[in-house]
Design a protein. Structure first.
Length: 237
């Protein structure tokens, strides 16, 4: 990506027509910015980016067909020079933390001012990150033991923790993560050791204590499995 370009090339992925069009018009009026892609979901965004690279993506978290989190992971792999700013009506601290951990450069709530969004775009383009109020809150909370614990685990480890706490067997995890049972057993033992868990029940308790695991319904588990399989297929394509 040519970082010397004076006009920041932008993409907007938002399923609500009025907000997408309004945000696009507003940003096109800003000096040094041009919206070149308008998408209604993650899949449409990725298809457009294949032909038209952009500098910064503004993406809603909740979208049909492919949501913001799924698209974010693929953008990191296929378009590593593109920076992503996520926005949402929700600003739960743990959700924001997870979004940043997955690779977003900033998070801006949908009820933010235009100036806040513009500041975020310019800062992310120039410096690589922008710390909104929500992110500053988390940075200030890093002294909290739970956040320190969560920060010590990578994305794949957190995914494995979720599956273990959901009650998945090593055989099930091996199939879903495309690893051998032996590798799963070894990683499971390592995770228990890191949390100093005496047994599987104690492991779940400590994971919940440190906000590493949030119990999910069967429907949520199924949706997560389907999303993981979609990402795997897209990576292969």
């Amino acid at each position: 990506m040519n970082t010397e370009r004076t006009v920041i090339q932008l993409a907007i992925a938002e399923d609500h027509h009025l907000m997408r069009e309004s945000l696009g018009r507003t940003l096109n009026r800003q000096s040094g910015m041009q919206v070149v892609i308008m998408a209604t979901h993650g899949r449409e965004l990725l298809d457009a980016m294949a032909d038209k690279p952009v500098d910064v993506v503004l993406m809603d978290l909740d979208m049909p067909i492919m949501n913001g989190k799924e698209a974010l992971v693929i953008i990191q792999e296929k378009f590593p020079d593109t920076k992503v700013i996520m926005f949402s009506m929700h600003s739960d601290p743990w959700m924001v933390f997870e979004i940043m951990q997955w690779g977003a450069r900033s998070f801006v709530p949908k009820n933010s001012t235009v100036n806040e969004m513009v500041r975020a775009i310019r800062a992310v383009y120039k410096y690589g990150q922008y710390y909104s109020t929500e992110i500053q809150w988390m940075e200030g909370s890093n002294k909290d033991e739970s956040l320190k614990m969560r920060l010590s685990f990578g994305t794949k480890e957190l995914e494995m923790i979720q599956m273990i706490c959901d009650g998945r067997t090593s055989e099930e995890m091996a199939v879903r993560l495309h690893l051998t049972k032996k590798a799963i057993d070894a990683r499971r033992a390592e995770l228990l050791k890191r949390l100093e868990a005496k047994n599987p029940v104690d492991f779940v308790r400590k994971c919940m204590l440190h906000a590493l695991y949030k119990p999910r319904t069967d429907e949520e588990i199924k949706a997560s499995d389907e999303a993981r399989e979609r990402k795997r297929k897209i990576k292969k394509s």
